[in-house]
Design a protein around this ligand. Structure first.
Ligand SMILES: NC(=O)c1ccc[n+]([C@@H]2O[C@H](COP(=O)([O-])OP(=O)(O)OC[C@H]3O[C@@H](n4cnc5c(N)ncnc54)[C@H](O)[C@@H]3O)[C@@H](O)[C@H]2O)c1
Length: 308
């Protein structure tokens, strides 16, 4: 126990001092080595932007079928981005920068940053973050959409080291990084999170640790209400989305966005927000039914729209 404490206390105090990179195509910022836990929708995107920024990435995915799909998704993304006239020269090295592993314990000790992107389940995140902490990263981030960072930090030896790094889907296209600070998060960790955002070409906002932060609390509420409107027969999915797109200048309607995020992901977030804020975040029956039927949105081929 004491040994673990000492190990964790020995966390780096300067991410820049641990970067071993050299050469012009290596990471331009302080984050030269990284780990991402979970290669689902978000982990794929986070690994991609880290690799594109020049960092070496250790990507953890225990499900071998999913690892295969994730690999294909990254290669497809590289091809698509390479076809652009202003393609980034570093694209050619993205795939080779990613080292695929199947468990968090295989992550090397002393990476500049580890970000967890496993499903939105408190116990799962606790166990993954505890494992990640033993690998002594310079920065430890969670991509949770709605769980309190303070609650996630509770079982860590150094709660001051955890910060919310909330990326958006698709990570390569969305410029926002919501940096969430718990009451324990240190100023130093917050600074490092902002410098990671800069390296990745993201715009960081800093948000206090209230469930749902600044984004999910509003975005999920809009999505749930749109589903209730569909249940009530107010309009078709397409017309509800058009109402927001054409009437309020949202780039995408709330139902299509729910399909892209994943209905299961949104359901899990709504459940957590319901616990925090009560019934205004109660998941609509239609959402429960669709998730139970395996209609998870784009990733399963069917959600509020057909993606076949
Ligand atoms: N989907 C979105 O649009 C979105 C946006 C922002 C944040 N988030 C948050 O990001 C996190 C991940 O969401 P997602 O949509 O990528 O989920 P996902 O279900 O697509 O992917 C999660 C991945 O984690 C893997 N996994 C499960 N247990 C694991 C373990 N013990 N170790 C390593 N990997 C494990 C799964 O096999 C899966 O591939 C969630 O907290 C979610 O709330 C999601």
């Amino acid at each position: 126990m004491q040994q673990t404490e000492a190990m964790v206390t020995a966390f780096s105090d300067g991410a820049s001092s641990r970067g071993s990179a050299s050469g012009s195509d290596r990471a331009s910022g302080s984050f030269a080595t990284s780990g991402v836990i979970g290669a689902g929708t978000m982990g794929i995107g986070i690994a991609y932007v880290l690799a594109l920024s020049g960092a070496d990435v250790h990507l953890v995915e225990p499900d071998q079928d999913q690892a295969g799909r994730a690999r294909e998704a990254i290669v497809a993304r590289v091809h698509k981005a390479s076809a652009r006239a202003d393609a980034d020269a570093r694209l050619s090295r993205v795939a080779e920068r990613i080292n695929w592993i199947s468990a968090p314990v295989e992550l090397p000790v002393g990476l500049d940053v580890i970000i967890e992107a496993v499903p939105e389940q408190l116990e799962l995140k606790h166990s993954v973050l505890s494992l990640a902490e033993t690998r002594q990263p310079g920065l430890l981030g969670t991509n949770t959409s709605g769980i309190s960072i303070g609650a996630l930090a509770e079982r860590l030896h150094r709660p001051d080291r955890l910060v919310g790094l909330h990326f958006f889907n698709p990570v390569w296209a969305m410029r926002l990084l919501e940096v969430v600070r718990s009451s324990a998060t240190s100023d130093d960790v917050l600074d490092r999170a902002r410098s990671l955002a800069e390296q990745l070409g993201k715009e960081a906002i800093t948000v206090a640790d209230h469930p749902g932060f600044a984004t999910s609390r509003l975005g999920v509420m809009l999505g749930l209400e749109a589903i209730r409107m569909l249940e009530d027969g107010v309009a078709s999915a397409t017309d509800i989305d058009k109402a927001m797109e054409l009437g309020y200048r949202h780039p995408m309607g709330p139902l299509r966005l729910t399909d892209l995020v994943g209905l299961d992901v949104r359901l899990a977030i709504a459940g957590n927000l319901q616990q925090a804020y009560g019934d205004r975040f109660r998941p609509p029956q239609l959402l429960l039914d669709k998730v139970a039927a395996g209609e998870l949105g784009q990733k399963s081929g069917q959600g509020f729209y057909s993606w076949q």
